[in-house]
Design a protein around this ligand. Structure first.
Ligand code: C2O
Ligand code: CU
Ligand code: CU
Length: 430
């Protein structure tokens, strides 16, 4: 923390190598370390600055996924950092406690940069979340769980697209925080998992191997109004969820991704990996566990609009070939939005290929999925939402940041191969 109160982080993007399996070194990229990046943590109201040095041999960016911040600090494809250069965006954190993340966003090469290992978590807390009786000892009963699917060709990553589909890369095993076959020993009755689907194309349907229920307490943009009990949560690339699971002394359970037959058609499921099953993370409880307080009945207040004060609607038709029939163009602004207003966006997947939809700078409320009230996992603040084949979602959001007619924010499919192909558009807030 600098004398003016700014919290400063230093990150270096660089190449390295990591031993994922004994005796074999895989070429990787990472922030500071060899793979992934440190968890950054800041409080609401705090001013932060991140100094990013690019020690890679090519240009890249770092985008703050889920962060509400001025467009020129966003780290999208307009804020490229040249090799050898340092970029130092700063902003004041002005949003509720949440599990956010950061990753590169160079136009046309995002899939590659993220797959090689450039990603990390950015956790926000606030006065309310500090007061709540939730598990919050980082690394002890509050665990970051960055899930990625991978495939190895000998010691090297194999990032080839081998499916018939044009969804992108699907791996044949998963890692958590860059570790294969991970387990974690826990010493508390209640354990909070901050799940991030940092895979480039795969959709997971998380639950536990023994079918136990858990409490869903937060989504992309922060805590829900109240915990919801469930036994499954579906997450497409870029989405986050905070869950709390109860352990028994000496007990074990495994976070598993189950085959999910509940969405889209056959192809839509197949091409997002919906037929697959993975054991993602084993939790092993000690023989004696610290008592955890019961989860609070109320958690937070949703700061996302409910659609009633939307001043206009917009439509986004998704196809792999582009959004509303157009491929991303760096020099074209697709939408101009009036600062301070709320809008309702209707997003329709117009074919069978799975897509999702992410909007920079804002959190939204999912009003409807195919005309119905959304399931529990979509009832919190969201910045990314799964849009299975031939499905329509309706989203309400407010644009209350800084106006800037010159620098756009992005909206795009977060299946990174699709984003790279041009399933992305740009908006300015004026
Ligand atoms: Cu996580 Cu525009 O991306
Ligand atoms: Cu983003
Ligand atoms: Cu897509």
């Amino acid at each position: 923390v600098r004398s003016d109160g700014t919290r400063v982080f230093d990150l270096t993007m660089r190449a390295g190598e990591k031993e994922f399996t004994t005796g074999r070194k895989t070429p990787t990229w990472g922030f500071d370390g060899d793979y992934l990046g440190p968890t950054l943590r800041a409080e609401r109201g705090e001013k932060v600055q991140v100094r990013i040095r690019n020690a890679l041999g090519e240009e890249s960016t770092v985008h703050w996924h889920g962060m509400h911040l001025p467009a020129r600090m966003d780290g999208g494809p307009h804020q490229m950092v040249a090799p050898g250069a340092t970029w130092a965006p700063s902003w004041t954190v002005d949003q509720p406690a949440a599990t956010l993340w950061y990753h590169p966003h160079p136009h046309g090469r995002t899939e590659k940069h993220v797959q090689r290992g450039l990603a990390g978590m950015f956790l926000l807390h606030d006065e309310r979340s500090d007061r709540l009786a939730l598990p919050k000892k980082y690394g002890v009963d509050d665990l970051p769980v960055i899930v990625q699917d991978v495939k190895f060709d000998g010691a090297k990553f194999d990032h080839g697209h081998k499916t018939l589909s044009d969804t992108g890369f699907l791996g044949n095993r998963t890692m958590v925080n860059g570790t294969l076959d991970p387990y974690k020993e826990v010493g508390d009755e209640l354990v909070r998992l901050r799940l991030l689907n940092a895979s480039t194309a795969r959709v997971y349907d998380f639950g536990f191997s023994d079918g136990r229920e858990f409490a869903l307490i937060g989504t992309d943009g922060g805590l829900l109004e109240a915990p919801t009990r469930t036994d499954r949560i579906r997450m497409s690339p870029g989405e986050r969820a905070e869950i709390v699971v109860r352990m028994k002394p000496g007990g074990k359970t495994t976070l598993r991704s189950f085959p999910d037959g509940s969405y889209g058609d056959f192809w839509s499921r197949r091409f997002s990996g919906g037929d697959d099953s993975f054991d993602v993370l084993e939790l092993r409880a000690r023989k004696t566990l610290r008592t955890s307080p019961e989860l609070p009945a109320e958690l937070g207040e949703l700061e996302v609009p409910d659609g009633s004060d939307s001043v206009r609607g917009r439509f986004f038709g998704l196809r792999t070939s582009g959004i509303n029939g157009r491929e991303m163009r760096m020099g074209r602004i697709d939408e101009t939005i009036t600062r301070g207003t709320a809008e309702t966006w209707t997003v329709r997947n117009e074919h069978s290929t799975p897509h999702n939809f992410h909007v920079h700078d804002v959190q939204f409320r999912v009003l409807e999925v195919d005309g119905e009230k959304p399931p529990a996992e979509l009832r919190g603040a969201k910045d990314t939402v799964f849009v299975p084949g031939n499905t329509t979602v309706k989203l309400a959001m407010r644009f209350d940041g800084q106006a800037d007619p010159d620098v756009p924010y992005m909206y795009h499919c977060h299946l990174l191969y699709h984003e790279d192909l041009g399933m992305m558009g740009q908006f300015v807030v004026v």
